[in-house]
Design a protein around this ligand. Structure first.
Ligand code: NAD
Length: 267
């Protein structure tokens, strides 16, 4: 049995992760944490998640929790994730993180820790989205520079980072395939007399509202025709199942920075 701890256990993803780990073969939930001062500290993680009593108390002491665990699942925020990776590296434990919104400098720090421990970092853990990354590569390869690429994503009104990590990864996949530098060609803002669209740019648009779990559409717009590759998430469970699958896959792996393409063997 692989022993798993979950950080941010009372969060939107934390709750779904508790269900997914409890249901996954070969995984055992041994720890759960929340930020200090959180009202649900000291409560049973299973009861908080609506998964029934699991005998795992939500704690604020990650280092103590990780002494009992083999792997940490972390769906928080970049600055919290970096602190958590540091704890895992110090204790020689593995980590699966779905946090999004990392700056390039923060990603470099994650890569440095991954020289010491196995790290899975993926902005989207769903099998469907990862299949979309593969489809996007193929579409961009076939369509080339003749089609304008625009990406639109929709999320709930509590989401902190824009555009979503998934939309950025989609943009990066298309840009890489077309031989462009995503950071040079991403266009996040059009307003007023901003002129005609440049040939190389990839438009990145965000919509925020209500309880939308996550929707992404990549448009390849040509003369007289248009291809749309869309993914719609109906619940957070498939992200959580993906994270559980990443834990199972990590068993026996050495230090390194992995993503869901590695876990699903799509590379
Ligand atoms: P949320 O705010 O509902 O949950 C985050 C939880 O982390 C909160 O309960 C918060 O109290 C807790 N937390 C914050 N600091 C902490 C600390 N120092 N120690 C312990 N717990 C701490 O957010 P969410 O909607 O669950 O999203 C979390 C992250 O997951 C975001 O970055 C989001 O973009 C990402 N996400 C990724 C995927 C994916 O598939 N990779 C899918 C959905 C969401």
């Amino acid at each position: 049995m692989m022993k798993v701890a979950i950080v941010g256990a009372a969060g939107r993803m934390g709750g779904r992760l508790i269900h997914a780990v409890a249901e996954a073969q070969g995984l055992e939930l041994v720890g759960a944490t929340e930020r200090s001062g959180h009202p649900q500290l000291g409560m049973d993680a299973g009861l908080v998640a609506g998964a029934g009593e699991l005998g795992v108390t939500i704690s604020a002491d990650l280092a103590a929790v990780m002494k009992q665990a083999d792997v940490l699942i972390d769906f928080t925020f970049p600055e919290v994730t970096l602190q958590n990776i540091e704890v895992c590296a110090r204790l020689g434990k593995m980590i699966v993180s779905g946090s999004t919104g990392f700056t390039p400098a923060q990603k470099d720090r994650v890569a440095q820790y991954a020289e010491q421990i196995p790290v899975v970092l993926a902005p989207n853990m769903s099998v469907g989205v990862n299949a979309c990354f593969k489809l996007l590569k193929e579409a961009a390869r076939i369509l080339g520079d003749d089609f304008d690429v625009e990406i639109v994503e929709l999320h709930h009104n509590k989401k902190k980072d824009s555009p979503s990590g998934t939309a950025v990864r989609m943009g990066e996949v298309v840009a890489e395939t077309l031989g462009r530098d995503y950071n040079q060609v991403a266009n996040y803002h059009r307003e007023g007399m901003c002129g005609a669209r440049s040939k190389d740019e990839i438009g990145m648009q965000t919509v925020r509202g209500g309880d939308i779990v996550g929707e992404h559409t990549v448009y390849f717009i040509g003369m007289g025709e248009r291809i749309e590759i869309s993914h719609r998430a109906m619940s957070r469970d498939m992200f959580a199942r993906g994270a559980a699958r990443a834990c199972q896959w990590l068993q026996g792996k050495g230090p390194g920075l992995y993503d869901m393409q590695d876990v699903l063997e799509l590379n």
